[in-house]
Design a binder for this molecule. Structure first.
Ligand code: SIN
Ligand code: MN
Length: 200
């Protein structure tokens, strides 16, 4: 395990061993069953290439009218609870008493990507966002606090955990591409990214 610091992001390389990665996937199975993946519609009618769902009190949601946290899955059912195995990572790395209210699960299939963006739909930016990578490698791009400028890229591998907090809480970031089938964690390939967020 090594800690890389890139533009204020703490990148814990190899934070989760294979046994914990497998346990996380097991714990996420019932979440995906209760709250199936969907592809949000962006403004202008474009579909995101990433499919997503959430666990926790709130789930992140996007449609033609904008981005927001919603208290129910598009099916109308409440989001399932955030698994203990996921909460442990948050507690250990942040040391905070406050728990995340949303665990956004992003699934990147072959060819999926996520454009540079800020995470800014939360009420209080003093809380970090903790991001867990599982499955295929993803090329993570880190920009600046405002749009544009030079960027730096880092490959995130299965088991890496990134803490985006402090000065870097509003830094632009995105995923340019994944190396499809580079990992055998997910039988059908792809990358799962979990982001833990305090919302209110
Ligand atoms: C995100 O910014 O929500 C996802 C980041 C990632 O997939 O690593
Ligand atoms: Mn983000």
């Amino acid at each position: 395990m090594t800690l890389l610091r890139v533009r204020g992001f703490d990148i814990h390389k190899g934070y989760l061993g294979l046994d914990r990665q497998v346990a996380l996937i097991e714990a996420l199975r019932p979440v995906l069953k209760a709250a199936p993946l969907f592809s949000p519609q962006l403004r202008g009618g474009k579909q995101m290439s990433v499919r997503m769902t959430s666990a926790g009190q709130f789930g992140w949601y996007a449609d033609e009218t904008g981005y927001r946290y919603a208290d129910a899955h598009p099916s109308g059912r409440h989001w399932p609870a955030i698994p203990e195995e996921v909460l442990t990572i948050w507690r250990d790395l942040t040391g905070l008493d406050r728990e995340p209210e949303c665990c956004l699960l992003n699934y990147y299939g072959e060819g999926a990507r996520m454009g540079l963006h800020q995470d800014k739909d939360e009420a209080d930016f003093s809380y970090p966002v903790v991001s867990v990578s599982l499955g295929d490698d993803g090329l993570f791009r880190i920009g600046n606090q405002t749009r544009g400028g030079k960027t730096e890229s880092v490959w995130l591998n299965s088991g890496d955990v990134v803490v985006m907090g402090g000065e870097a809480r509003l830094t632009y970031h995105g995923v340019d591409r994944i190396r499809f089938k580079s990992s055998r964690l997910l039988p059908k390939g792809g990358r799962i990214n979990l982001t833990l967020r305090v919302v209110t």
